[in-house]
Design a protein around this ligand. Structure first.
Ligand code: ADP
Length: 658
């Protein structure tokens, strides 16, 4: 054998081996493909051009419910719903022309007759000569996708209906908050056309006074990527008025978190704003009504209180009369307190309370509050325990107001505890706070009332409590006054019958106590010539009576002009002058007095129903030396008469009648 023939032989062997290998590889590939087809989730079938099924994989068995053994050799029409048979004719026609059909959405029928939504991809099958002999068909179950599409459509529809029902204008803008698409809602509301708001910005529909603020806010939201929220007056074309709108927009972000657009709503809230304004106006009218009513009630109370004082000072023979006088005095006192509460409530509601702050020892407040409440506590036979702990505690506050606060809590404790109860006042301190607890073992407060108890006009309305007759405003005043002092108040009670505890926290002062002011209480005033001026004859006469019993020489006038004439002739040392009088009012009388050489040294005191800071300022400006609120209490009158001699220096603070 030659070398050459050996080589040829080897080559032939190698070629044969290679052919055998590629044949094996091809077999493997085919087996793989068959396995892929068999195991595919999709239904993969083939059919002849007459529509006879020639292969049917597991996916098809699963999807249509026919095993391969039953359907291979049968017509594909078995799985086509009767009304869709025409489709098959068309499909077969296209296949014959060699066309491929892709993602054809239709419906097929399972063995059990139910329908299934499928997406079909059908390709012609050719033999080795290239002749079309049938078709392969992949059917994918798309019912889940269709259901999701439908759910999305429904959800969008719901969203649209919701927006329409809400009456809000929905808008969509780019990342820079520019509107890119027409917004019929906005156009109908503002009368702006798409071109206008696209080219010039929608802000031209905002009221000029609001525009800058809204745009600044929008710019800041865009810059920081935070929710945009604002309220502004927007031009309302149908009514040619500006109406309040509330706008809100949230940023939409892509998966990286970058803002791609903004979606927002604009809602007309004009009616709500108007209703709120009407409510506020009604509330203001109520406050004004309270103020006027309290003032009007005070007028008849003043002479009543005065005459009662006079009668009491008289030598009364019959013990019965003394008793009756005491009853009347107490009842008038209650009326005065109720009217004071009303007045105070309206002042607080109108923000007309001003505090006179000074450094105060806590003990002083506790003492004076107890002094005020002692008669009621005694009357009801309660035992009162006071524990002041650290006596050196100093507060910065308004003495009268803080006393009023504590006295109110003590009075309540006395009122709402059945006779013979136990009351406690404890003082302590927590870091920068003075803490005052007023505790009783009385009727208690039901849990559902605890967080309403400080609201105006709230009362736990049981017959026992009602019998104490209040207006339900004391605690609201207390709370407001405490808050004005930068303090807090809370209430605790285990419920009905288990007593109540009010805990007051007030900021401690840094500095030291201011010198106690000297009190004129008790000292008899020197006798002076006094001119009382009031157009209310009863008020004038009763005050005159009271002053006379205090040893004063009293003259009376009932009008501004009469007062000036009388003053010119008798040259009084003191004038008690009503302010609200027809003709010449008190301010004018004071001004004219001060213009006369003989009138400069008269000590002129305003005696009026109006006791607010503003009223006091006006009376000071008109030349009054002092300002008393009707009915002027005995002590306040004594103070005035005592200090009238000292030419105004070191005058007592008579701001509030004790
Ligand atoms: P008033 O006492 O005039 O009704 P307040 O505002 O002082 O008004 O009190 C409101 C209500 O709170 C009272 O009517 C009463 O029901 C309840 N209350 C206040 N203090 C106490 C207390 N110490 N114990 C039980 N109930 C109280």
């Amino acid at each position: 054998m030659t070398t050459g023939s050996k080589v040829t032989d080897l080559l032939a062997i190698a070629r044969g081996a290679a052919e055998a290998t590629s044949e094996r590889v091809m077999d493997e590939v085919r087996a793989h493909l068959a396995a892929i087809v068999e195991n595919s989730q999709d239904a993969i079938v083939s059919k002849t051009l007459d529509g006879i099924v020639t292969s049917w994989n597991k996916g098809a068995e699963r999807l249509f419910g026919y095993p391969a053994s039953l359907i291979v050799g049968q017509s594909i029409l078995l799985i086509i719903p009767p009304e869709r048979r025409g489709e098959e004719t068309e499909i077969l026609g296209r296949l014959r022309r060699g066309e491929r059909i892709e993602s054809y959405d239709t419906e097929r029928m399972r063995r059990d007759g139910t329908r299934v939504a499928v997406s079909l991809t059908i390709s012609p099958l050719r033999d080795s000569a290239g002749t079309i002999i049938g078709a392969s068909k992949i059917a994918r179950d798309v019912s889940a996708r269709l259901a999701a599409d439908r759910a999305l459509r429904d959800s969008e529809q719901r969203f649209r209906s919701l927006v329409e029902a809400s009456g809000a204008i929905v808008y969509n803008s780019d990342a820079q908050a520019r509107w890119r698409a027409p917004n019929p809602g906005w156009e109908a509301y503002t009368g702006q056309s798409f071109e206008q708001y696209r080219d010039h910005g929608w802000a031209t529909a905002i009221h000029a006074d609001d525009r800058e603020r809204v745009m600044a806010k929008m710019a800041s939201s865009v810059e920081h990527g935070v929710v945009f929220e604002t309220e502004a007056r927007i031009w309302h074309a149908p009514s040619s008025t500006w109406r309040h709108q509330e706008a809100r927009a949230v940023p939409m972000r892509d998966t990286e978190g970058t803002i791609t657009s903004w979606v927002g709503t604009a809602t007309d809230i004009h009616a709500r704003r108007e209703a709120e304004e009407a409510l506020r106006a009604a509330d203001r009218r109520k406050d004004e009504f309270l103020a006027i009513m309290a003032h009007e009630l005070r007028n008849p109370l003043a002479p009543l209180a005065n005459t009662l004082e006079v009668l009491r000072l008289d030598q009364v023979e019959r013990p019965q009369q003394r008793e009756m006088l005491d009853i009347m005095r107490r009842q008038v006192g209650t009326l005065v307190r109720l009217v004071d509460d009303l007045m105070e409530a309206s002042r607080i509601a109108r923000g007309m309370i001003e505090l006179k702050l000074e450094a105060l020892p806590l003990t002083a407040i506790v003492e004076s509050a107890i002094e005020i409440s002692r008669p009621l506590i005694a009357e009801r036979g309660h035992q009162l325990n006071v524990s002041l702990g650290n006596v050196a505690l100093m507060l910065r506050g308004d003495r009268t107001r803080l006393t009023q606060v504590l006295a109110n809590l003590l009075n309540n404790a006395a009122k709402y505890t059945p006779p013979g109860g136990r009351l406690e006042v404890n003082a302590s301190h927590e870091t920068d706070w003075a803490v005052l607890c007023v505790r009783d073992n009385g009727v208690g407060i039901p849990p559902e009332m605890l967080n309403r108890i400080f609201d105006m006009f709230t009362q736990v309305d049981t017959s026992l409590e009602r019998s104490h007759g209040g207006l339900g405003i004391g605690l609201s005043i207390v709370k407001r006054l405490v808050e004005l002092h930068g303090g807090t108040i809370e209430v605790r009670s285990e419920g009905r019958g288990s007593g109540s505890e009010f805990i007051l926290r007030l900021p401690l002062a840094q500095g030291s106590a201011e010198q106690e002011r000297t009190s004129a209480r008790g000292a008899a005033p020197p006798s002076r010539r006094v001119l009382v001026v009031d157009d209310n004859i009863d008020a004038a006469q009763s005050l005159a009576l009271l002053l006379r019993t205090m040893g004063q020489e009293v003259h009376v006038a009932h009008s501004g002009l009469a007062a000036l004439a009388e003053a010119a002739s008798i040259k009084p040392a003191v004038m008690l002058l009503d302010i609200g009088m027809p003709g010449l009012n008190g301010y004018e009388v004071a001004r004219r007095l001060r213009a006369e050489p003989w009138g400069r040294d008269i000590f002129v005191v305003a005696v009026t129903g109006w006791g607010q800071e503003d009223d006091r300022r006006r009376s000071r400006e008109a030349g009054f030396d002092e300002h008393l609120v009707k009915p002027a209490a005995l002590d306040a009158l004594k103070k005035v008469l005592t200090h009238a001699t000292s030419g105004g220096a070191g005058r007592p603070d008579l701001a509030t009648n004790p």
